[in-house]
Write a protein that binds this ligand. Structure first.
Ligand code: BES
Ligand code: MN
Ligand code: ZN
Length: 503
């Protein structure tokens, strides 16, 4: 897919596709900036659009609501709401998404009146993100579309201001290209995204970035390393397991923070012998979302040259029902020696993550972050628009919250309630792989906590947000790769402070 975005000059774009005009809506009335180019004034846009006009044309305070004025003479104009203020980045993301949905493959020149926008960089970045995410189309990977951001001002914007906007657009393009790359892998049919194939796809993309190395561990290697959780989950499948171990190490030196990402890579989750319903299996090709998300995050850090060390670990396997499948009652030994009684083979994510987290603790992490489509209970708790997160550190939690606010990927902190730990006790092993008494997302998180060795840690349970059933705003139907933008934001904040928030 080719999506391009750049800064342009209004007059150069005049005969090209659509012109989009952001509308500020206050008290039901739209205000249009005073610096709209005269060409558009001739185009017959009133200075103020009254309540009646807005209502008839479906434009409201809801960011992204839009109307199109068609013209035979010049470009058609898209009037798109950015809501009640020009400072809300999420509103610009929604406006970008809505505009590209209308324009399709036609170029869009998006006016950005600098007299009204207090943070043109942030808004240009958000606008570009929303546009780039919305044009994703699994069936049309070659589709071309383009966004030209037109800064308007009187006096004309300085070259510095334009340069800032250009860099913001570049960053948005880098990150969203990787988000869309991850979405495509997640949306792929599960036979085409087996552990072997997916591991290769990860390596192929990551090796394009500077200072990145990728190792693919095959099944023998995984066994030698003692990853009993991953091997145990893989036993029911004819597809061999893989583990992808990627590192990004900028030249800057050794004293920079080292963040280790661990992503759940179940390429298809049938539930294993504790088999899912037909309905419950329909979306389970997306159970490798975490793995694609951590790889995309690492690649984005590398491509933007963020000054931080990142390691991304993805245990990859199918969870199937073959004759050698792990049985309810079997005991697996995780890499750190912990034994786990598997009472429900559908609680497989925590088993492979236990091995991944153990590996993470062994390489002096400043911070460990895992991300996984881990529990149906997470969706029950928070619904489709909010992901769950857990942390053993209030500092880390605060940093994640601020990253989440900046990107519009909503996350809510859940408790690592010690009282529920006892429900993981097993009669025959150190732990069992399911809790009891409700709070399924919490007991899964408590299970994972046993494997982080007290290191600063964040766990994201994104079962509900990893896919969008309907597509809304700038989200397309299917995979969302939810979390990439927030993790990139968090890591770049950590890099700019030079230290990770502490436990
Ligand atoms: N991959 C599923 C969780 C999931 C469910 C993700 C729905 C996205 C949408 C996970 O492996 C799973 O099956 N979890 C079980 C755990 C239970 C057996 C303790 C669940 O949530 O039912
Ligand atoms: Mn499962
Ligand atoms: Zn699963």
């Amino acid at each position: 897919m080719a999506f391009s975005a750049s800064v342009g000059n209004f007059r150069d774009q005049l005969n090209n596709g659509y012109v989009a005009v952001p509308l500020l809506i206050t008290e039901g009335v739209a205000a249009i900036s005073g610096v709209i180019p005269t060409e558009l004034v001739g185009f017959d846009i009133p200075r103020r659009l009254g309540a009646g006009w807005l209502k008839t044309n479906g434009v409201s305070e809801k960011p992204g609501s839009a109307a199109v004025l068609r013209s035979t003479a010049g470009p058609s104009v898209i009037l798109v709401s950015v809501g009640k203020s020009f400072t809300d980045e999420e509103a610009w993301r929604l406006a970008g998404g809505a505009t590209m949905r209308i324009a399709g493959t036609e170029a869009v020149s998006f006016l950005m009146p600098l007299d009204l926008v207090s943070d043109p960089r942030g808004c240009a970045q958000a606008l570009t993100e929303g546009a780039a995410l919305a044009v994703y189309d699994y069936k049309m990977p070659e589709k071309e579309s383009s966004l030209i951001v037109i800064p308007l001002g009187s006096p004309l914007p300085s070259p510095e201001a334009v340069g800032d906007i250009e860099r913001a657009i570049e960053d948005a393009l880098t990150t969203t290209e990787l988000v869309n790359w991850a979405k495509r892998l997640i949306d792929m049919p599960p036979r085409d995204a087996s552990p072997r194939k997916l591991a290769k796809a990860f390596a192929k993309r990551l090796e394009q970035a500077h200072n990145v190395t990728v190792e693919i561990w095959d099944e023998d290697h995984v066994k030698e390393e003692g990853l009993g959780g991953l091997i145990g989950v893989g036993r029911g499948s004819n597809e061999p397991v893989r583990l992808v171990y990627a590192t990004y190490r900028p030249k800057a030196g050794d004293s920079i923070p080292h963040v280790v990402l661990v992503g759940k890579g179940i390429t298809f989750d049938s539930g294993g012998l504790s088999i899912k319903s037909a309905e419950g299996m329909m979306t389970m090709k997306a159970d490798m979302s975490g793995s694609a998300i951590v790889m995309a995050t690492l690649a984005a850090c590398a491509e933007m040259g963020i000054n931080i060390r990142v390691t991304a670990i993805a245990p990859m396997t199918e969870n199937m029902t073959g004759g050698s499948a792990t049985r309810p009652g079997d005991v697996l030994t995780i890499r750190n020696g912990t034994t786990v009684e598997v009472l429900n083979t559908d609680a497989e994510g925590r088993l492979v993550l236990a091995d991944g987290l153990t590996l993470a603790t062994e390489i002096e992490p400043s911070l460990i972050i895992d991300i996984a489509t881990l529990t149906g209970a997470q969706r029950v708790a928070l619904g489709d628009e909010i992901g769950a997160y857990y942390s053993n550190s209030d500092d880390v939690a605060a940093s994640l919250e601020s990253a989440s606010r900046a990107t519009g990927e909503l996350l809510w902190r859940m408790p690592l309630h010690d009282g529920y730990n006892a429900t993981l006790d097993s009669d025959v092993a150190d732990l069992k792989n399911i809790g009891s008494g409700g709070g399924g997302s919490i007991t899964a998180a408590l299970f994972l906590q046993r494997f982080v060795g007290g290191k600063p840690w964040l766990h994201l349970d994104i079962a509900s947000t990893a896919r969008s059933e309907t597509g809304r705003g700038y989200l397309t139907r299917g995979a969302t790769a939810f979390g990439v933008r927030t993790l990139v934001h968090l890591l770049s904040e950590i890099a700019s402070h030079g230290t990770a928030p502490s436990a």
